[in-house]
Design a binder for this molecule. Structure first.
Ligand code: OOG
Ligand code: NI
Length: 468
């Protein structure tokens, strides 16, 4: 509780994330099984590898580990996106980054709503990958009109949620009782509805244009389509998935396995078939696939230089493969990735020296003990003297090529590629009503704060010469 009598947005987000997880476990029992598998694998690793445990304890990651990580939704109109932004703002989540999935043949562009300060991320790292359907890409004018008119009729929020969003904006926060109602009301927006808003015939038309269009347009709201726990060993979980009744996609998205994990590796199990009742049917006679399970392993956040190297190596591996990674070429693709990524230094020291990743710096016991004795020196000198240690900052965001791969594996590999058209960040921002934040700046600030703190604690009285 804050001094104002309001619950902090971090606390609302943490509770909301738990509520969402509980709801999704009832809706999709396999997600519960996935959570168990991930927790078991993480526990085993923490027991068998004291060094992993030590690093995760140093950064506080160990406390975040079992919390929910991310979910994804898809909205249909600019008005819905603008309103979703206001809803997430109540929970301290802001739009970070721009992801254009158009070039990969998926007719959406996206941002991720998440907390931005390291302390808030520590309190609850919950994030939601949010995509806006680009209806203008429907090349059939009648169908485009139909989709627009269906979307215009729906309201994706309960009146209670709308009132509480307005109250939080007006008063600057929510009281404990209001926060509890807000969580309950907000959850309704993301719930799965068996009853579609369209007839079976309309559904077929939308679906035949693109499965994604049917998923966004034919239902009452942006149902959460997956929730993703974070694993410390994605290859192990991937290998175990089949034994627990999940059918994993063939390719793990992102960089290859490394000593020092970077960015984000992800895999998912195929979307489940659901029963749907169309508007002209009496019971749930229809079928729709939308919701799936995903796991992720997070590594170091890369600087623009590191990211450029990552993009170059990933593109080179894909170019050499010569086609999209699929079940058939998965083994070759994995080998090509490993080969290409030999050019990416695999030690923290080298990644830091070459400024490929962002880091968080900590004063060591020795550094604190020497605080009144030693003269001012640079960060590097403090590191060399053993007064300061460092850990990579965790990547908190997403990757467009990986996201497209996850979409496609759930839409079927034959997901219509006619939509191959680039989106525009300015357009997404106009829809949001605010600019998206630049993730690089956020990592940069977080790193800078940790350096300032180290300098302050290791050399409180001296003139500081900082070398970031
Ligand atoms: C989102 C797919 C992308 C990720 O983690 O990159 C994604 C969606 O299917 O709506 O989940
Ligand atoms: Ni995801």
């Amino acid at each position: 509780m804050q001094d104002s009598g309001f619950v902090s947005p971090d606390e609302i987000r943490a509770h909301f994330s738990c509520a969402m997880s509980e709801m999704y476990q009832t809706e999709v029992p396999l997600y519960g099984a996935l959570l168990e598998l991930v927790a078991e694998t993480n526990n085993e690793l923490l027991h068998s590898s004291p060094s992993v445990r030590k690093h995760l304890t140093q950064t506080g990651e160990i406390q975040r580990l079992s919390m929910e990580r991310h979910g994804a939704i898809r909205v249909g109109t600019v008005e819905e996106l603008a309103a979703i932004r206001r809803l997430f703002a109540v929970m301290g989540m802001q739009p970070v980054g721009y992801y254009d999935l158009g070039p990969a043949g998926v007719p959406v562009h996206s941002t991720a709503f998440r907390a931005v300060h390291e302390d808030s991320l520590q309190a609850s790292p919950f994030r939601v990958f949010t995509s806006l359907l680009r209806l203008e890409l429907i090349d059939n004018p009648d169908l485009q009109r139909l989709a627009k008119s269906i979307l215009a009729k729906r309201s994706i929020f309960t009146p209670g949620a709308l009132a509480l969003i307005a109250r939080a904006e007006r008063d600057g926060g929510l009281t404990k009782a209001d926060a509890a109602s807000f969580i309950r009301e907000a959850l309704e927006t993301f719930r799965w509805h068996t009853h579609a808003t369209v007839t079976a015939n309309e559904y077929t038309k939308l679906h035949d244009q693109h499965r994604l269009i049917a998923d966004v347009v034919a239902f009452k709201g942006p149902h959460i389509n997956h929730l993703t726990p974070r694993t410390l060993d994605i290859d192990k979980v991937q290998a175990e998935m089949a034994a627990r009744g999940m059918s994993p996609k063939a390719v793990v998205e992102g960089p290859p396995r490394r000593q020092c994990p970077i960015l984000l590796r992800q895999t998912s199990f195929k979307a489940l078939e659901e029963h749907v009742a169309f508007a002209d049917q009496n019971g749930p006679e229809g079928r729709h696939t939308a919701r799936f399970g995903e796991i992720e392993q997070r590594g170091a956040a890369l600087t623009p230089k590191g990211r450029a190297l990552y993009d170059r190596l990933l593109n080179a591996a894909r170019a050499e493969l010569g086609e999209a990674p699929t079940e058939r070429n998965a083994v070759r693709y994995a080998a090509l990735l490993v080969e290409q990524f030999e050019a990416f230094p695999d030690s923290l020291d080298e990644m830091r020296r070459q400024q490929l990743a962002y880091f968080r710096y900590f004063p060591t016991e020795q550094g604190l003990a020497a605080r009144h004795v030693e003269r001012a020196s640079s960060l590097q000198a403090l590191i060399d003297a053993g007064h300061v240690s460092y850990e990579p900052l965790v990547y908190e965001d997403f990757l467009p090529v990986s996201a497209a791969g996850i979409f496609q594996s759930n839409l079927g590999d034959n997901g219509n590629a006619r939509c191959n058209s680039t989106g525009s960040q300015a357009e997404l921002e106009a829809a949001l009503g605010v600019p998206v934040l630049d993730e690089m700046k956020l990592y940069e600030s977080s790193q800078a704060r940790s350096i300032d703190l180290c300098m302050e604690r290791c050399q409180p009285n001296s003139m500081i010469t900082m070398h970031r």
